[in-house]
Design a protein around this ligand. Structure first.
Ligand SMILES: *Cc1c(COP(=O)(O)O)cnc(C)c1O
Length: 437
């Protein structure tokens, strides 16, 4: 496949002189699959066009932020109309009220909501609130779960049974993660041992972890966390930045029937603009300033362009025909990948939920971060590079999920599966045949 890359290459080379790694967020650099990124010119529905004129079926969808696809006409119209009336006021608007109402109506655990500008900010603020309302400090999190890049969450799991976190990045002081305890996902014994070691303000989790690929909770695990949080007096916090308005209008908590104390939202809620939120019961949320004394603030919080876009995105997420379409596209992609894995003869385990699909190069099953880490990085890199060369944009990392959207049609799935057959054959020949390494 010869795709042009001259303009992308030149722009990216210059970008590297002005921005670290040439990007504004690390995974975009495609380092994990060992190639250069393409530079985007525009998005149209389920497709991207790069600056060299190459067209891609997009399964990255701004890392899950775009449930409605690129440049959805209703979102473009709403944002354009708002922009003509000013882009930020630092004063209340009807738009934020309308979105707040929709969020409260959609997400089972949320009675009140605070808007912020990024998932990082929402998770960090939810932790502060949990600490304030419980009067406790420590937080339990799961290995492989991502809650944004605030210091207390940038923790690597300790070795063996050790539950003490160590900083996952230079610049994060040991003190900032000293109160974060990391355990393996789906491991009830590890949760019990950690909780027995002292008081906790919160158990923080992605109810459907989708930042280590997508690793669903085992049967009853979320209910178990609910029970244990109540027993020890910790808040259960669901980080639904990916799953909110995606796997169901009310997120994973609606699908699984488990109600957290606090919920963190982002990505879909902003319709592709910078918006995130956290919410919960009135009595907890009213601890926030100015009703209470837990400080939290933001110049651009509840931004009128973002709330206008978010309102359309959330309304689309609640539409039952749209939901049925998302489920069909997601299972069609997942089933197709599974069948191709068998046909070509490579070990492929595919996890899926509405709006989430994730191929792992392993015979499976995949229960936790250790299982994901044991999958073949080389196989995924060969697979993703081949797909990109054939005009299919998938996450350039085996630790990210693929994101079907409302804009994907069955024809996009078919183009993807046709390319995947070639890509899996390349994986088979280069990684699993043993002959041509
Ligand atoms: C993306 C993500 C975040 C961070 O959101 P940003 O808007 O990138 O800061 C937090 N939690 C989860 C589960 C996410 O997927």
């Amino acid at each position: 496949m010869s795709r042009r890359a001259r303009r992308s290459h030149e722009l990216f080379a210059e970008s590297r002189q002005y921005m670290p790694g040439g990007v504004s967020s690390p995974v975009r650099a495609m380092g994990q699959i060992g190639r250069e990124p393409f530079v985007v010119a525009r998005g149209e529905g389920a497709e991207l066009v790069d600056v060299d004129g190459n067209r891609y079926v997009d399964w990255v969808m701004s890392w899950g932020a775009l449930l409605a696809g690129h440049a959805h006409p209703d979102i473009v119209a709403a944002v354009t109309a708002r922009a003509a009336s000013g882009t930020s006021y630092g004063a209340p608007t009807r738009g934020e009220l309308e979105l707040a109402r929709l969020v409260v109506d959609s997400v089972p655990s949320v009675e009140m909501v605070r808007f912020v500008s990024s998932g990082t900010e929402a998770a960090m603020s939810a932790l502060r609130l949990a600490r304030a309302v419980t009067g406790k400090t420590r937080v339990l999190k799961f290995a492989g779960a991502y809650h944004g890049h605030a210091d207390p969450f940038l923790v690597a799991a300790g070795s063996g049974l050790a539950t003490h976190g160590i900083p996952a990045s230079p610049g994060v002081p040991e003190g900032a993660v000293a109160d974060t305890v990391v355990v393996a996902w789906n491991d009830r014994t590890a949760v019990d041992e950690a909780l027995a070691s002292g008081d906790f303000a919160a158990i923080f989790c992605e109810p459907y972890p989708a930042n280590m690929g997508f690793v669903p909770p085992s049967e009853g695990f979320l209910a178990y966390l609910r029970e244990r949080a109540d027993e020890v007096g910790a808040l259960l916090v669901f980080d639904e930045v990916i799953t909110g308005f995606r796997v169901a209008p009310g997120g994973a908590q609606e699908r699984e029937g488990v109600t957290p104390d606090l919920t963190v939202l982002g990505k879909v809620i902003g319709g592709g603009l910078p918006l995130a939120a956290f919410g919960g019961p009135r009595r907890a949320m009213e601890a926030l300033a100015p009703s209470g004394d837990v400080y939290q603030a933001g110049t651009l919080s509840g931004n009128p362009l973002a709330t206008a876009a978010g309102r359309i995105a959330v309304e689309l997420a609640r539409d039952s025909a749209a939901r049925a379409h998302l489920e069909r596209i997601s299972s069609s992609l997942a089933d197709g990948l599974r069948a191709l894995g068998e046909e070509v003869g490579v070990p492929l385990t595919v996890t899926a939920a509405p709006g989430l699909v994730c191929p792992f190069f392993t015979a499976g099953p995949v229960h936790d971060f250790a299982d994901v880490s044991a999958t073949s990085a080389e196989a995924y890199a060969v697979f993703a590079r081949s797909l990109l060369d054939q005009g299919i944009f998938v996450p350039p990392s085996r630790f990210e999920a693929w994101f079907p959207s409302l804009a994907h049609e069955q024809s996009h799935v078919e183009r993807t599966l046709a390319a995947a057959r070639t890509a899996l054959q390349a994986v088979h020949d280069n990684v699993y045949s043993g002959a041509s390494r």
